[in-house]
Design a protein around this ligand. Structure first.
Ligand SMILES: NC(=O)c1ccc[n+]([C@@H]2O[C@H](COP(=O)([O-])OP(=O)(O)OC[C@H]3O[C@@H](n4cnc5c(N)ncnc54)[C@H](OP(=O)(O)O)[C@@H]3O)[C@@H](O)[C@H]2O)c1
Length: 268
């Protein structure tokens, strides 16, 4: 019997690459994205080209009841999901005071609340006698202190903490839980432009969404606790662990002073 994977934020970017990666492994899909994002067309394309079943939900995940709608509908259709890919996320690159409170509420609701609720509802419906998989998409931005990404980075720190605790709680079950911590990804035109302007190590940290999705699914199936795609990104994490906090703070302050007015300090 074919397995089924739920992918949130599947209409574009990394989520779309997850959809193709899972489809190429003959896994049925449940795709979720906002209305009017081309999701039905994508679902149709995948159905025709990969010969799998695809269910789509055009829903706003910042509305709590929509998380329940997904699982209630799947239950009615007798679909049990074996994979949950918590990918939908809202990023930004701006000083704290540049965004209004509605933006931060949406960012927290999507990046944190929907991930927690979907994970909780997913665990209620799995078949506990066979393996199930949860992939939470965090970010290297959740590890490093990055001004102008302060709420975003904090939501990704939450995802990291939540995932690590869940891994411990599920240690005696067949549920595998992985944290994906990518650096910058060329997911959309505006990021492509910014990433193209990067130089040196910053440029070397950027990956394509297809590469990230493949690494992530490979790692998830192997039961890896944390997946950090890209050698340079793994090196950055290693140095981050070695450097004392006061030196990191000094580097950030210097970079910040040097880059005021320029597009970005660090990717992800
Ligand atoms: N890109 C990077 O450099 C990078 C780096 C590290 C981590 N990440 C993480 O990777 C994940 C994917 O990022 P991405 O760059 O691929 O993002 P993206 O291109 O902006 O795609 C986001 C996806 O989420 C969907 N979405 C947005 N708001 C939603 C809502 N309220 N309800 C349901 N779906 C919603 C979007 O649907 P619509 O098309 O309908 O808007 C889209 O499918 C995020 O969690 C992000 O934080 C990204």
């Amino acid at each position: 019997m074919k397995l089924t994977a739920i992918v949130t934020g599947a209409s574009e970017g990394l989520g779309k690459s997850f959809a193709f990666e899972l489809a190429s492994r003959a896994i049925n899909l449940v795709l979720v994205a906002l209305p009017n994002s081309g999701l039905p067309q994508l679902a149709n394309f995948i159905r025709i080209n990969f010969n799998i079943e695809v269910t789509e939900f055009e829903l706003d995940l910042t509305q709590t009841e929509n998380c329940e709608t997904i699982f209630n509908t799947l239950q009615q259709q007798r679909i049990t999901a074996d994979f949950l890919i918590n990918n939908a996320g809202l990023g930004n690159w701006s000083w704290f005071e540049e965004k209004q409170i509605d933006f931060y509420k949406k960012q927290i609701d999507l990046n944190i609340t929907s991930t927690v609720l979907l994970t909780r509802l997913f665990l209620d419906q799995i078949n506990k006698q066979q393996p199930s998989y949860i992939l939470n998409v965090g970010s290297l931005g959740g590890r490093f202190v990055v001004p102008r990404k302060l709420v975003y980075g904090a939501t990704k720190s939450f995802i990291s903490y939540f995932t690590r605790c869940l891994q411990l709680e599920q240690v005696n079950s067949l549920v595998k839980v992985s944290l994906l911590s990518p650096g910058g990804i060329n997911t959309k035109p505006e990021l492509l432009v910014l990433n193209h302007a990067l130089k040196g190590i910053s440029k070397a940290t950027i990956l394509e969404p297809e590469q990230v999705a493949k690494k992530a699914i490979d790692g998830l199936l192997k039961g890896k606790k944390e997946i950090i795609p890209g050698q340079i990104n793994r090196l950055l994490v290693f140095f981050d662990l070695l450097l004392p906090n006061f030196i990191k703070a000094l580097i950030i302050k210097r970079k910040l002073t040097a880059t005021v007015g320029t597009p970005r300090l660090v990717n992800a």
